[in-house]
Design a protein. Sequence first.
Length: 539
Amino acid sequence: MNFTLPYDQYLAIHRYKYLALYHALRAAILDGTLPGGTRLPSTRKLAELYQLSRGSAAQVYDMLLADGYIKAETGRGTFVADGGFAALPAGRAEGDAADASAAADMQAVAAVPVPHGGQVAPAHGRNGAVAGNAAGSRPAAPAAIPLSSWGERLMQHHGSIYEQRGEEIVSFCSQGMPIKHFPYAEWRSALNYAGGKNGGRLEGYCPPQGEENLRRAIASHLRVTRGIRAEAEHLVLFSGSMQGIVILTQLLLAPGSPAVVEDPGFHGVRKAVEICGGRPLPGKVDGSGLVPQEWAAKLLFVTPSRQFPTGAVLPLDRRRHLLEWARRQAAVIVEDDYDSEFRWGGRPIEPLKALDREERVVYVGSFTNSMFSGLRLGYALLPPSLVQPVTAAKALYEPLPGGRLEQRALARFMQTGAYSRHLRRMTRLYGERARLFRSLIAERLGMLFEPLPGDAGLHIYARWLRSAAEFAAFRAAAVRRGTDFRDAALYRATPGEPAACFSFSHLEAAGLEEGVNRLLLAWDDVQNGAGQGIMRNKG
């Protein structure tokens, strides 16, 4: 199975990898992110994910087994033991994912400094009791996040960029999930259940916050797969993640105020800031993602698990810097985890939200990439103080929200395990296509593009190795040859190096080969003068 652990935090305080992994697994079990009955990966898979020997992975399981945290069943596998570990109580303050002894270690490497007064976040011990700080005092509740003037007033009242042609085009622009691989039978079963007497009454409209069963299913999914202490009451569902981003921007950003956006980054976020009357403040991105700075801003948008569009992974030290900045500035960080579901290499990356101890991170996700494009469903996991304002704003924009049947069907789809099975199948498929496409680029287009490394996601970001003029000529020649790709300049607020974004997930092996061959022919056209001729004519 796929799950995320706070491994990096424990690796910083334990000399040996197997000890760090033991404490990370124990912490996830103690705080309920890995509930009783959860099936754990084999020792071979665990060793592969965390770069241990298989013997060390087996030692980790032996230690957990001896402590009673897990159980092994012959012929079935290894599971989290049932009972004895407290599930996360609804609405409690975020706490360190460890028992009292591990909490002392974690304070030394906390993602953000402790609040003034020496108080630390509570840790749930082996018996589920809350452990206070050294002085025995209880932690203060997180401060409420201030709203914009628009938000305060509200609370007082409670496609492709290329021209389509008649001929068949091999497009490297995103076209969503290949629908023929979607599990129609299981989805129809979920729809039938949602529309039947067992699915609940269908009259009336969907509540603004979203169907409770779906929010519970998403919270459970995030706890296991992303290592986030998620609760259903802190989730709000939207008609796609962009609706959530726009509402959050309007609530949190005062007119004329700056908001940090990655450069390059998703242009939709930049437009949302502008439309809401804010000023996009470009944040520099390098090979390790967003470069932390002392921005004079109260709102930041970031894609730490897989930077859009470069695919860079934000390292732990930078994540901590961002959280420290948010604490000092009393700012909010919106974490956009747009395609983290599909990872075919390396270990899962712990989200920024999993490190958040001061309730300053909003975690935004979507089902657009993992399901089908017609199912417009996104969600935001919010700090408690933002749940009511965001729900009220959602109700203002959609006083009679629809989609009740689809939300109930998706909840059923997730609860029966069909969603997890679907993700595993698609991850294997996308991994095969990504490896094939990277090999084709290296073999045939290596003189033109340098793909950035990556082991997740649905597109590849590739640097152009020649001149900007040649890049423009190549793009024009590629369109004439019946293929297209996205110019990465679309995602830049400031000038930068020429680069391309190649979406590959919708193309089968034959389509990938045909597309690369057409790109090679387009480069031949440029070298023979056809591409430059087009540019001269345009001039």
